[in-house]
Design a binder for this molecule. Structure first.
Ligand SMILES: Cc1ncc(COP(=O)(O)O)c(C=O)c1O
Length: 352
């Protein structure tokens, strides 16, 4: 059945091992992040076997069903509407809102659990976290008095919303806040989580940020890339996941529609460049599964020129292969395409 994603668990395992080696250089623990592949069992098992230090996902639904002996971390900030589920299904959660943390504390006491809070600090990327210039020490001191939750650590996230690249200057803001908090509560924090796959260039350059002892890594494990500059990390695989989809129709057609142009299937007025007659193919996958702009054909002469809900249109004119209907095209994936394809129930997941 097509479309399908071929998932190479051996290559994923190699990436996990390489990442562990990179972390070990600076004595960092590793949270393996599973959200981009919807925490499928086969890859969770690899993280289990390779004994990463924590397993992390942004969705409670994934943490609830995940079978793992590893400590579980909720990566998205806890919701006030889910505190009971958070303390039941996660050992740690990332948080920035003291009201929510008070509710987590109440839920943990009620369920007789000890739940670790990782307090997030925003050091400039402007997504989650208490802004580093605000009074974080008083929040930390309050958490330190709680019974059901405890202040397990602090963390920051970069290169997500604002695209801020981790460097020693920016991360010094985190180090300063962590130092202030540790002084105020009179102990060292168990976890200081410095960032995600965008932190890898710092590891490669042997730049150690004082106090940082953990990374949360998803994309580099899945796609082999660091995310500060988007480069393949040496020794990592970028083809753990390959999409295969088949050709439903093939033939020569003009490149510009004929008739008065109104709207496309998504209410937008399309524009076209006249490239003469093209060899065009219709592929059995569409926007319901993936954005065609996020697919990289392994046959580099193929260009994907558009899509609707159930179809992608490909220009095969320059390809040296003479494709026919039923033939299967193969693609490498980006973070965006992997995320949506793994979430689509119409895409078969096949392990190799
Ligand atoms: C808070 C947080 N930390 C870490 C990650 C992992 O990021 P990456 O996939 O770039 O390694 C994500 C994204 O999933 C995240 O939201």
């Amino acid at each position: 059945m097509y479309p399908r994603i071929l998932i190479d668990t051996g290559k994923y395992r190699d990436n996990v091992r390489e990442m562990k080696k990179l972390c070990a250089r600076q004595g960092l623990t590793l949270m393996g992040v599973t959200k981009v592949f919807c925490a499928v069992d086969e890859l969770v098992d690899v993280l289990n076997d390779e004994e990463v230090d924590f397993i992390a996902d942004s969705r409670i639904e994934n943490l609830r069903t995940m079978e793992t002996p590893l400590p579980k971390v909720l990566l998205r900030l806890s919701s006030k509407h889910e505190v009971a589920e958070v303390v039941l299904h996660a050992d740690y959660s990332l948080n920035s809102d003291i009201d929510t943390i008070r509710m987590l504390d109440g839920a943990a006491v009620e369920k007789d659990k000890k739940h670790g809070i990782i307090l997030m600090v925003d050091i400039g990327d402007l997504r989650e976290g208490i802004y580093y210039r605000k009074d974080i020490v008083s929040v930390a001191k309050e958490i330190a008095t709680m019974q059901g939750v405890y202040l397990a650590g602090m963390g920051t996230n970069l290169t997500c919303y604002g695209g801020v690249i981790p460097d020693a200057v920016t991360l010094r803001r985190l180090v300063k806040v962590v130092t202030d908090v540790e002084e105020a509560i009179g102990r060292e924090l168990e976890i200081v989580s410095g960032g995600n796959s965008s932190h890898i260039p710092l590891l490669q350059e042997d730049i150690h940020i004082d106090k940082v002892n953990n990374l949360r890594v998803g994309e580099a494990l899945a796609l082999g890339r660091e995310t500060a500059y988007g480069k393949l990390v040496p020794g990592f695989h970028d083809d753990v996941f390959i999409l295969e989809t088949d050709i439903l129709e093939i033939g020569e057609k003009p490149s510009v529609p004929q008739g008065t142009i109104g709207m496309d299937a998504f209410g937008k007025k399309p524009t076209f460049k006249d490239k003469g007659v093209m060899k065009r193919a219709i592929l059995a996958i569409g926007k319901q599964d993936v954005e065609h702009t996020e697919l990289e054909p392994l046959d580099s002469a193929i260009e994907l020129i558009g899509s609707s809900s159930d179809h992608v249109i490909a220009d095969l004119t320059e390809s040296k292969t003479s494709y026919e209907t039923g033939d299967v095209l193969r693609f490498k994936l980006t973070y965006g395409s992997l995320l949506s394809l793994m979430t689509s129930p119409y895409v078969v997941k096949r392990y190799v």
